[in-house]
Write a protein that binds this ligand. Sequence first.
Ligand SMILES: Nc1ncnc2c1ncn2[C@@H]1O[C@H](COP(=O)(O)OP(=O)(O)OP(=O)(O)O)[C@@H](O)[C@H]1O
Ligand SMILES: [Mg+2]
Length: 244
Amino acid sequence: MAFLQTKKLLKRFGGVSAVDHVSLSFEGGKVTALIGPNGSGKTTFINVVTGILPMDGGTVVVSDDVELSSVRPQDIAALGMTRTFQSVRVIEQISVLDNILFVLTERNVWGALFERHTKLHLDAAEDVLRRVGLWEKKDALGEELSYGQRKLLEIARAISMRSKVYFFDEPFAGLFPEMRTTVGTCIKELRDSGSAVVLVEHDMDIVRNLADHCYVLDSGRLLAEGTPAQVLAEPAVVEAYLGK
Ligand SMILES: Nc1ncnc2c1ncn2[C@@H]1O[C@H](COP(=O)(O)OP(=O)(O)OP(=O)(O)O)[C@@H](O)[C@H]1O
Ligand SMILES: [Mg+2]
């Protein structure tokens, strides 16, 4: 079942169509990889679907066939979507634990800092921080974390949203092997719990290992789709990667 679809989604920057009439479908319980050479439109696609950038044409279809010709970023949680960013974003001045409680309590940052939390929230925060291996770091400030630890915290924040659809933009990039294994496990757990996971990834070993379905973008257009084995065997896909 498709949790999210795009229909002829279009995003232009000046004369260039960075996302060029792209129609994709993302199913629950599946990892769908979005691959393609640098500059092929993967991040722009996510930015448009999650309302960071306005769309210039086409629609986003969310569950129950609600067809949207605009998406506001403040509405994406209510629409069942969560994303991570290619450049990491965590709240630097509060602790790792508060970064999670902030999401779990769905309140403002002052609420996360000063309210007494229920045991439920604290247990949920401990669970997610243990899953990404950051429980020992719970009292460290966001700014004290290494690059890899920040990426894991961002993923923990995303998991805490309990969304239907997760967009992960290069979650493995720049991570040590042990952290990559942790991220892979988190993605599999989200898939197994029935969410739709959209994974932007350049490492084809990871794509082969994790993705149920692949879409290949090239110059903003959908070039190929299928299982990892199918798309990676297509001459047009090989050429798109080698030609850049
Ligand atoms: N804010 C922007 N203003 C103008 N052009 C942009 C902007 N963002 C992206 N582009 C252009 O849109 C195209 C697609 O870029 P995008 O970042 O979506 O590619 P990508 O597939 O995510 O690449 P990478 O694998 O390097 O992350 C590129 O030509 C890029 O230069
Ligand atoms: Mg990108």
